[in-house]
Design a protein around this ligand. Structure first.
Ligand code: BES
Ligand code: ZN
Length: 627
């Protein structure tokens, strides 16, 4: 059941306003024109909007011992507008030489611009078809994490993986690195014998004895979806079009956890149209992976921290799968439009989970999401510019502005559309949206105009109720934000209340609680829990040693606040192995502001830093070392 806050007040306000001849200006008048060529991506230095870049052929060798990738990127281009040069993005790449249509060419590499890297200028003429760049990656490649054997699950072989979103593809491929430019690709990748290489492309499922792997991605994708992983990996099928890759010691658990992934794909198709990418496989990475998941086409990359043993955290896979429509089919034109990727995907993810698990389950996800939204708004400040849906990331590292706002304010805005327009009408709209924008990029303004023409049409009442401007071009949480009226969480609140009044934990009514109910139980605890209260919960529910990473993370946060030291050894183990930024940042932040824990935070960080991804190191250095 969805409740619209303040509907009554809004009706009275409208009646009053109608009497004083007040008219809101029509929403569309505030929008920019819909010419797709009018947007500017401030995070690419490439000119691929004027030189058409068609296809990439990569021929690279992965040197695990020296920790670099070296080889060639061969671009097929069409210079119909007769540009004088092709400009590609690079970051910390060494460019050895360049061939233009087979002939050695001059080139020029600009000096480094912070975050953006160095523009690579290559002279071309009207008839130029092929530009081949001989290059090597540098030690500061932000997309690459090189793992020593002991940093993997099985601790036997080294591992490499890439993470290209948002602007890191340029640190391992010289490319037009903006979400608004798509190209097809093929690749030949040489890796040490015995290891398997996988890409966001058509993949093999066996290790070969040459160490040479060939890939084909015949559907055009933007550079941020380029991905590569190399390691001692093995494959297990789920159904005829889905499966899972993982290290050997992890594959059985992964296969069990992902039992329902095949069904998820079917469920997503039922909602918003055919899955367009052929196979859908999931690769489970070693624990240092800095994200929950990444929607690399045909091959989602995910953290092992969702393998809880009870399938309770698989909504993350529904999320990455949903990106096969929102994000990978219909792509945000710039990072300022990030909510079009993530907000749609969270909405879609929860619709998939509702179909698979029922509405009580998805309502819990909505409720936890609303909590995240309101915490993010408190954390950023209710007037912060970064709380608009339409972002302004000019001159900044996009990663700094890509927050939960896009995910949760974005998805709640779509939920509002669903509630106000009616589910059937909204679903028909979304099916048409995906069909008509497949393999295209889209700006926020394009979307709002499309919505105005196709969904709202002459329904001025609906337009008024949505209050679009406040959502997209205004801060904080709009008053008409919908909220799930969740029965299950209501019961959890009751039990928490009883516990706080002194009820023994084992007398609580918690028998059928899911991981989400536990999470809600802990999230709602006051900041000043005592050590004794923590100890009684730990005795009853063994929270310090839970297998569920979400619950563990929340529990350790409470432990820091209450200075409940029996949980610290387990927390240290967690921090030493897990690299997921979503877990690390709150724990290190809490330790850095809790006088008793500052030293412990520093000590654990010093020991664990090498296990974290370069980008996680960057953000944690600021938190722990105040760099
Ligand atoms: N595309 C994102 C990951 C991302 C976002 C990478 C921004 C770089 C910049 C991915 O789909 C995602 O949202 N992952 C989430 C999990 C999800 C269930 C909310 C994550 O990693 O926490
Ligand atoms: Zn996402």
């Amino acid at each position: 059941m969805y409740i619209l806050k303040n509907t009554g007040i809004a009706v009275i306000m409208l009646l009053l306003l109608a009497g004083c001849n007040f008219r809101r200006k029509p929403i569309v008048s505030t929008l920019k024109p819909v010419d797709p060529k009018q947007w500017i991506d401030e995070h690419t230095l490439s000119n691929a909007d004027s030189v058409s870049v068609k296809h990439l052929h990569l021929d690279i060798k992965v040197n695990m011992a020296e920790k670099h990738i070296a080889g060639t990127a061969l671009w097929t281009i069409d210079n119909a507008h007769n540009q004088k040069e092709l400009v590609l993005d690079t970051y910390d790449l060494t460019i050895d030489s360049i061939l233009v249509d087979g002939t050695k060419s001059d080139f020029h590499l600009d000096s480094l611009i912070e975050f953006l890297g160095s523009a690579l200028h290559i002279p071309i003429n009207e008839n130029t078809k092929f530009v081949k760049v001989y290059y090597k990656t540098g030690p500061n490649a932000r997309a690459l994490q090189w793992l020593e054997p002991q940093q993997t699950h099985d601790k036997k072989s080294p591992f490499l993986y890439t993470q290209s979103e948002s602007i890191y593809a340029r640190s391992w491929i010289p490319c037009p690195d903006g979400p608004g430019v798509r190209f097809t690709y093929s690749a030949r990748v040489q890796v040490p014998e015995g290891l398997m290489a996988l890409m966001s492309a058509r993949n093999t499922d066996v290790v070969n004895d040459t160490g040479v792997y060939e890939f084909e991605m015949e559907i055009p994708i933007p550079a941020y979806l380029m991905a590569l992983a190399v390691g001692d990996l093995t494959f297990r099928g789920i159904d005829e079009r889905t499966g899972v890759y993982a290290e050997r010691g992890m594959i059985d658990d992964a296969r069990y956890e992902f039992e329902n992934v095949g069904r998820m794909v079917g469920s997503a198709e039922q909602l918003y149209g055919p899955y367009q990418w052929g196979r859908y496989d999931v690769l489970v990475l070693p624990p240092g992976f800095p994200l929950g998941g990444m929607e690399n086409p045909r091959l989602t990359f995910c953290t092992p921290t969702i393998i809880a043993g009870d399938r309770s955290l698989v909504s993350l896979i529904a999320h990455e799968l949903a990106h096969s429509w929102s994000g990978n089919l219909v792509t945000n034109a710039t990072w300022n439009d990030f909510w079009l990727n993530e907000g749609f995907t969270v909405y879609f993810e929860r619709r998939i989970m509702e179909q698979l698990m029922g509405v009580n389950y998805s309502d819990m996800l909505w409720d936890l999401g609303y909590q995240d939204l309101s915490n993010t708004v408190i954390h950023l400040g209710p007037e912060n510019r970064d709380t608009w849906l339409k972002l302004d990331l000019k001159g900044r590292d996009p990663d700094d502005g890509l927050t939960d706002i896009a995910y949760e304010k974005g998805s709640h805005f779509l939920k509002l559309m669903e509630v106000e327009a009616g589910r059937d009408r909204f679903d028909r709209f979304l099916v048409r949206y995906f069909a008509e924008h497949s393999f295209k990029t889209i700006t926020t303004e394009d979307f709002l105009n499309y919505m105005d023409t196709v969904l709202i049409k002459k329904d001025t009442n609906l337009r008024k109720k949505l209050n679009i401007d406040e959502w997209v071009y205004g801060p904080g949480i709009p008053k008409n934000c919908p909220r799930a009226g969740n029965v299950l969480f209501g019961k959890v609140d009751l039990e928490r209340g009883k516990f706080l009044e002194g009820l023994e934990p084992d007398k609580m009514d918690h028998v059928k609680w899911s991981a989400h109910e536990w999470l809600h139980f802990l999230r709602g605890m006051p900041r000043d829990l005592t050590k004794e209260q923590m100890a009684s919960l730990d005795r009853a529910f063994k929270l310090s040693t839970t297998n569920n990473s979400e619950i563990a993370d929340m529990w350790y946060l409470l432990a820091i606040r209450a200075n409940y030291s029996p949980a610290f050894p387990e927390m240290e183990r967690f921090l030493n192995t897990v690299g997921r930024r979503k877990f690390l940042e709150p724990l290190y932040t809490e330790m850095s502001v809790t006088p008793n824990c500052v030293d412990m935070g520093r000590r654990i960080y010093e020991k664990s830093r090498q296990n974290y991804h370069p980008l996680a190191q960057e953000s944690l250095d600021k938190i722990v070392l105040k760099k």
